[in-house]
Design a protein around this ligand. Sequence first.
Ligand SMILES: NS(=O)(=O)c1ccc(-n2ccn(-c3ccc(F)cc3F)c2=O)cc1
Ligand SMILES: [Zn+2]
Length: 258
Amino acid sequence: QVWGSAAGPNCIVLSPLTIPGGTRQSPINIQWRDSVYDPFLKPLKISYDPTTCLHIWNNGYSFLVEFDDSADRSIIVGGPLENQYRLKQFHFHWGAINEWGSEHTVDSKFYPAELHLVHWNAVVYPTFEEAVMEGNGLAVIGVFLKLGAHHEGLQTLVDALPAVKHKDTVIEFDVFDPSCLIPSCPDYWTYAGSLTTPPLTESVTWIIKKKPIEVDENQLEAFRMLLFTSDGEEEKRMVDNFRPLQPLMNRTVRSSFQ
Ligand SMILES: NS(=O)(=O)c1ccc(-n2ccn(-c3ccc(F)cc3F)c2=O)cc1
Ligand SMILES: [Zn+2]
């Protein structure tokens, strides 16, 4: 466990990394029957420019695919959002085995991995750094990964992973359209939450897609070959990089579907 105490599939512990006084921490369990359909939720509109892709970076927690966010070229708008948000990076969380790995759960079920596409409110805030500190600063799309068919779009990313095996390695990755990783089904849940790693700031509007994408075993294994450690250090496989579930407290999860 990178953040907080280890949480296997059957024990839900409150991570000591819940920030003191935190009232909207992430991740959470999404209890399907407790989510409330909101007919005023709009469809989420996603328009990414594949040439804004910059590089892949192993930051010692996950591997990040980072984007040029100096203009409104890769953006999302609609859904629960009042402004449009710019794509900054996407990354994944996964387990050592297929029984767990996602950060959010649905009816207490873990998926083997979860994709996060991180966007920031460049309409209201001048920089990402400032948006990270504000309640409406960030919007993260969560997509569950389930074991199944080979995912063609993901494979281009998987093929590049050996080059970022060690912490603090970066490689150029200059054309990639992350919308190929987002299910076409428009259904999502949304709730007010936080970053799931430090600084854990309560600045995220979460948009969790109901439908998972399918990836095959080799693709999940490729994630598990990455290392938390730098070249020359004793090797520690990058697995179980998900935060334990956090209390829902006084929050409602809304659904865009009935
Ligand atoms: N897993 S997640 O909730 O999607 C998530 C968790 C943590 C982060 N994160 C951690 C540090 N930063 C960060 C990076 C650059 C910066 F200028 C300020 C930051 F907070 C960040 O965006 C970003 C996303
Ligand atoms: Zn994440």
